[in-house]
Design a protein around this ligand. Sequence first.
Ligand code: SF4
Length: 355
Amino acid sequence: MMLDIKSLDRKELEDWIQKKGFEPYRARQIWHWILKKTVASFDQMTDLPKSLRKIMNEEVDLSPLELVKLLESKEDETRKYLFRLRDGNFIESVLIPELEKGYFTICISSQAGCMMGCKFCFTARQGFKRNLKTSEIIDQVVQVKRSMSEPSKLRNIVFMGMGEPLLNYDNLIKAIRIFIDPYGMNFSHRRVTVSTCGLVPYIRRLGEEDVRVNLAVSLNAADDEKRSLLMPINRRYPLKELMAACKRFPLANGRRITFEYVLIDGINDSIEDAKRLVELIRGIRAKINLIPLNPSPGIEFSPPPWNKILAFQKVLIESNLTAIIRKSRGRDIMAACGQLSGRYGKDKAKIKEIG
Ligand code: SF4
């Protein structure tokens, strides 16, 4: 079996290098080539001995993901990447330009499919396939970075793609450590955000880690009845427990919890809903992202009209909360989570047509 190199942390790579008869510092060189220079072949690692490159060519799997489709939005330069895993499953990553600020955020997947069953989510309709390996998480960032004309502008990593990251906990934490390791990808921990649908025990566990990342919670309703309707996980961990875990979550200095709130016409978008939301998050250092639902095939809901969205936001702002309307990016390229892989996953024959 080939060595899955992007699943190794620095120490594990050093151990492997030493077993092969080379000095441990070679591991740092290899990481530099893989994670900083984002090279696609061992032959590009020109400062390594030829004998080591030969071993790696024979024994090491450099890239577990195959890029099968890259779509760029004509509207806003959002890019969507469709990757095929070795077992034939598909995952997606999205590169999002922060237009005013001039840098980029990458939204990555943590699982192929998802088992959480949120009613407004297209990924949920595809069911759960499996957890991603650490290498499959890392390789999304490596390959997307490689495709950028100015890779240094990739500033933020958000785990908001396919899957519930906290259900793939060990691989998630290992990937985060590689992202923030100065010898690895060297991202600031303040620039990494993990989004969850509300798995309370794992939120607590994440808070106890020595790596401090940002937390985003997909909230979508401010009362248990509505939230349980939209998100089955709420029956297991109702809002009282979720909010208590959020209050206790240790934030880095100056950071806030992000509450994601997908606005759905006639379901969770009334003035009363907004007022309940104000009460719910009182006392938590938070900001709210209001996301008008991105319509997807087979999803019965639709986004509210613009005037209702603005009225909802006004209630929050007048209560001194930070509430930003996040317009759907890249609608023309199916940038809503799961849409692209859903389409190709169902009709695998199509992949053959793609260059
Ligand atoms: S919204 Fe997130 S947690 Fe819910 S089903 Fe979709 S991918 Fe899973």
